[in-house]
Design a protein around this ligand. Structure first.
Ligand code: SF4
Length: 279
């Protein structure tokens, strides 16, 4: 793997367990961990999802992941590249993989040994919070998070909607909206987390005004505990296989729409909670 030439995340669809990527939100080199090298596995079916359909016969193992992490991080060191984080994301929802707990533990050890200043990040759609054991694992790991040294887990949690109707369009999941938001509220009362929200149009329609208001109310409710560490608002920066889906076509909205949403939220939140926009 030539780290000097890696500039996107497409290698994960070729079955890579570990893939270096230059990430806007990480502000540098992020080392991704992919628990699904053989096929996409997710509880959501977001029309804007960037994971293209693929199939390989590569299976995941914690040992293979560990070797690949060593290799990629060693190569980053050889190129004098700073590793900003090790990030569980990949081809689906990491928290539903049976390998997730052991993989997280192994990645934390490697982080501590090789790149102690790097963050350990889990990007999740929140499904793992519905499982008591996974909830406890994430809460305990995230509760150690300290803004100064960033040594423990950072949880980046997807929250695309404030209403059931928009959730149905954006995330297309069998998990009821109320059940998922109840689990998210429970987590938000106990440990630090960052919210990630995608804003795009579905079938040419941007989020309606009542959805925008409901989303902001929900974010403010989640912030009340004092554990919300930031909000990242995204636009569709890359193509998705759903872009050609006539039944549920996801498309970019103007950057001004994202900025408007962020401005409204900034006015309502304390200044200590950053609201970032990635158009
Ligand atoms: S939650 Fe993430 S991986 Fe799953 S469908 Fe949505 S964008 Fe894709």
């Amino acid at each position: 793997m030539n780290i000097g030439s890696v500039e996107n995340h497409r290698s994960r669809e070729g079955g890579a367990l570990v893939y270096p990527v230059y990430s806007r939100r990480s502000r540098g080199l992020s080392v991704g961990v992919n628990l699904f090298p053989d096929a996409k596995v997710c509880t959501f079916d977001c029309p804007y999802c960037e994971v293209f359909p693929f199939k390989t016969d590569i299976s995941f193992s914690v040992d293979s992941m560990t070797s690949a992490l060593w290799e990629v991080i060693s190569e980053a060191h050889a190129h004098r590249e700073e590793v900003r984080d090790i990030c569980f994301s990949g081809n689906g929802e990491p928290t539903i993989s049976p390998h997730f707990p052991a993989a997280l533990q192994a990645a934390a050890q490697i982080r501590d040994e090789l790149v102690p200043a790097a963050a350990l990040v889990v990007i999740t759609n929140g499904t793992g919070l519905l499982n008591d054991q996974t909830f406890a694992l994430l809460r305990n790991a995230a509760a150690d998070w300290e803004p100064v040294d960033s040594l423990a887990l950072k949880l980046w949690l997807k929250l695309d909607a404030g209403t059931e109707g928009w959730y149905a369009k954006m995330d297309r999941s069998a998990i009821p909206f109320d059940r998922l938001t109840a689990a998210i509220k429970s987590f938000a009362a106990r440990a630090p987390f960052t919210i990630q929200t995608m804003i795009c149009a579905i079938n040419g329609e941007p989020p309606p005004a009542e959805e925008e208001a409901a989303w902001e109310r929900l974010v403010l409710e989640l912030s009340a505990s004092g554990y919300l560490t930031g909000i990242q608002i995204y636009g569709m920066a890359r193509p998705s296989p759903g872009s050609g889906d006539r039944m549920s076509h996801a498309s970019q909205v103007p950057a001004a729409v994202l900025e408007e949403r962020a401005g409204s939220l900034r006015a309502a939140l304390p200044e200590s909670i950053p609201v970032e926009v990635f158009p």
